[in-house]
Design a protein around this ligand. Structure first.
Ligand code: G3H
Length: 324
């Protein structure tokens, strides 16, 4: 079982000391990305690492038991067998190249749990459920907390809560802290909690840093950038600011909180940029799905294209890819 963040008391003095400069953040992101020129073999390794860090997501109004079941099959076998063979992996049910989790709405948790049990992978692939009035968080607290309990009862092992952005925009840090604490309590003794900050709606990078700190102080096991439904989702500057907050929290409490960029991550190139940023800011310890995840619905197919290109040194034709 993954370790869980015990949290700490709300430290408003710490929040008041936050001062982030947009230009400095943008320059730092550019410097990090320019510092690495990856050779082909390394690219392949980074791309495979990225696959194992994906929370394979479907969050559509038209989700059904059957498309969630298909998602679980894809999570279990994210790349085609011939590609895996060429990369030196034997495809077998316990092949380590699988996604970290599937991520669904609370009503679809049971479907995911059922399929993963059938595949005998229920202890290897997590079922994450969004909750708390996803994506807006604009519901009464009682309803939001009940939603978490429902998802846990149905078998979710990870809960992706979303914060009420109005509390950040109006500076109500105590209320935000208390709400997140109650949500963590509702996760029970085992489910892991990822806190979605919806960074694209927090107005300033100072708010992103402060919300990251409050979420960690209130016991979040991961902090997550976005729901995928905001007009600005996961960007590297947001990721850098959140990573620096995670690092500061670690330096103070010796506890490692995870990072999950989500929303709009569609290419292998994007995925590698995120992994490099995490390596440079947080270090190698974070390059594992215990501490780093991509929330993504459409990243896998581009990774597959990239891996194919790395092996064959040619751009693949559309008919050469799986449609699953
Ligand atoms: O949490 C995951 C996000 O909703 C996924 O967003 P995406 O569909 O843009 O990949």
């Amino acid at each position: 079982m993954l370790e869980r963040n015990p949290g700490c008391e709300l430290d408003l003095g710490w929040l008041n000391s936050v001062n982030i400069n947009l230009n400095a953040v943008n320059t730092a992101v550019e410097d990090i990305l320019n510092s690495r020129d990856l050779k082909n073999d390394y690219r392949t390794a980074w791309l495979l690492k990225a696959v194992t860090c994906i929370d394979l997501t479907t969050l559509g109004g038209d989700d059904t038991p059957s498309n969630v079941s298909r998602l679980c099959y894809k999570a279990a076998k994210p790349l085609p067998e011939d590609l895996l063979n060429q990369l030196g992996f034997d495809y077998r049910p316990d092949c380590p190249i699988r996604t970290a989790a599937v991520c669904v709405y609370p009503s679809r948790v049971e479907d995911a749990v059922k399929t993963l049990k059938k595949l005998k992978l229920n202890d290897k692939i997590n079922v994450a459920s969004v909750a708390t009035g996803f994506p807006s968080g604009q519901m009464p607290l009682k309803t939001r907390v009940e939603e978490i309990k429902y998802a846990v009862e149905k078998g979710a092992t990870e809960i992706d809560i979303v914060i009420d952005r109005s509390l950040v925009l109006t500076g109500q840090w105590e209320v935000l802290y208390q709400e997140i604490q109650q949500m963590k309590e509702a996760c029970g003794s085992t489910a892991h909690m990822k806190t979605i900050l919806a960074t694209g709606e927090l107005a300033t990078l100072n708010n992103v840093y402060k919300a990251s700190l409050v979420a960690m102080m209130a016991g979040s096991d991961f902090i997550k950038t976005s729901t995928g439904k905001e007009s600005i989702n996961a960007t590297l500057p947001f990721g850098l600011v959140m990573s620096r907050a995670i690092r500061e929290y670690y330096e103070k409490f010796n506890y490692k909180v995870g990072l999950k960029p989500a929303g709009g991550i569609r290419t292998g190139r994007d995925a590698i940029s995120w992994l490099i940023m995490v390596k440079e800011v947080l270090g190698n310890d974070w390059l594992t799905n215990k501490l780093f995840r991509f929330g993504a619905s459409g990243l896998l197919s581009d990774i597959e294209h990239n891996l194919y290109g790395n092996i064959t040194k040619s751009y693949p034709a559309p008919y050469e890819f799986t449609m699953g």
